[in-house]
Ligand binder design. Structure first.
Ligand code: THU
Length: 141
């Protein structure tokens, strides 16, 4: 795993917070933003995009992953996720199980997941911590 510098973490948090402004969440009012750092140093952003039929909705994390993969980028170091109903965030928004599984597809066990409310309040987890004993591509070898 690449050790992230404090400056990089803060940039990811700021990017995710900005991206959260684009969230389309008229049904839950739970607005989520994500900033995904690729190994080539590109940052891919995402927000949640809900739908009147509910199930077609997409999470912020998967939006970011699918944007990256659809542009040919498949190697990642970290993702920052910020979310909540209020304008000012008070709690960390942890990735849902489906998003953790998408991370499992493309990331190493030490991929970093940064949960934040603002640039001063954040916590880093590894994918292995948030998805222990996950099923991934290696299981099909
Ligand atoms: N959501 C995300 O975008 N990411 C998460 O990690 C958790 C949930 C979205 C999905 C839905 O639009 C809203 O938050 C409420 O579940």
């Amino acid at each position: 795993m690449r050790q992230l510098e404090e400056k990089e973490i803060k940039e990811l948090i700021e990017t995710a917070l900005t991206q959260r402004n684009f969230s389309y969440a008229p049904y839950s009012q739970f607005r989520v933003g994500a900033a995904l750092l690729a190994k080539n140093n590109q940052i891919f952003t995402g927000c949640n995009v809900e739908n009147a039929a509910y199930s077609p909705g997409n999470c912020a994390e998967r939006t970011a992953f699918f944007k990256a993969v659809s542009e040919g980028v498949r190697e990642f170091d970290a993702i920052c996720v910020v979310g909540g109903k209020e304008e000012k965030l008070t709690d960390f928004a942890a990735p849902c199980g489906v998003c953790r599984q998408v991370m499992m597809e493309f990331c190493e066990p030490d991929f970093t997941i940064i949960l934040a409310t603002d640039t001063e309040n954040f916590q880093c987890f590894s994918l292995k911590e948030l998805l222990p004993m996950g099923f991934g591509p290696k299981n099909l070898d």
